[in-house]
Write a new protein. Structure first.
Length: 229
């Protein structure tokens, strides 16, 4: 049975963070969807796509722990719905930090309240967990925004539970109301922080590296915390 969950388009979901995805942009873990023309329309000048495997033409095929590009190649990097699937998230974030220019941005989108969805699926992050990820890698938090709505979060979790329990009759009975609820809830509710489906965290690499060599050493720190709470 088809799921009753309706997600807004990824383009709509990314709208609040497109202002950071300017200049030369890397879509790290791009998957199947080529968002290049969307990024260009919103201010990017060049877009590279990168994944272990993707049908997108001219994409860089590689593991995100080791991307064959010079340090500081990009003004901004998007990594959407990828870090829960990688075995070594710290190595990936360190690599993305290396690839972005000083003063550039990383937009890291990671699930919080989502069911297990194997590809494989290793982890979830709370808002504090994401801030800790930024701190460890000496990245300055700029914004953390929730994504999706409580309708999508609860429907996804409950539908996955009904599938696991093989509750076909309950699914048949609830499909219509859940679908309607999702259709009516297509705009991220920015006030839902504690029950967020996931978070988009924007972090900035300092214009002047604080540890002198420009590399994340696992003990990074930054002054202040300008994140929108
Ligand atoms: C859930 S998909 C998200 C795709 C895309 N970012 C989006 O939002 O539609 C996760 C993607 O991460 C890629 N991925 C997982 N581990 C990776 C790794 N170590 N290096 C590169 N890509 C990886 C997968 O191949 C997959 O395309």
């Amino acid at each position: 049975m088809k799921s009753p969950i309706v997600f807004q388009d990824l383009e709509k979901e990314l709208q609040p963070v497109t202002k950071y995805l300017q200049g030369r942009v890397l879509n790290a873990g791009c998957g199947q969807r080529d968002l290049s023309s969307f990024f260009i329309k919103n201010g990017a000048t060049v877009v590279d796509n990168c994944d272990l495997t993707t049908p997108i033409p001219n994409a860089i095929i590689c593991d995100l722990v080791d991307v064959p590009k010079e340090s500081g190649t990009y003004d901004a990097i998007l990594c959407n719905a990828v870090l829960e699937h990688v075995q070594f998230p710290d190595r990936v974030v360190a690599e993305l930090r290396r690839l972005v220019k000083p003063g550039g941005y990383l937009v890291l989108c990671i699930p919080f309240l989502q069911p297990y969805h194997p590809k494989p699926d290793y982890r979830r992050y709370t808002k504090e967990g994401m801030l800790e990820l930024a701190r460890i890698h000496d990245l300055e938090p700029v914004e953390i925004l929730p994504v999706h709505t409580i309708a999508q979060t609860l429907t996804w979790i409950y539908w996955s539970y009904l599938e696991e329990r093989r509750a076909r009759l309950t699914r048949l009975a609830l499909w219509g109301p859940l679908y309607l609820w999702n259709r009516l809830s297509q705009k991220t509710d920015f006030d839902t922080q504690i029950q967020a489906n996931g978070f988009q965290m924007v972090v900035r690499k300092a214009a002047h590296p604080s540890n002198g060599n420009g590399h994340s050493n696992g003990n990074g720190h930054h002054a202040g915390n300008g994140v929108t709470q």
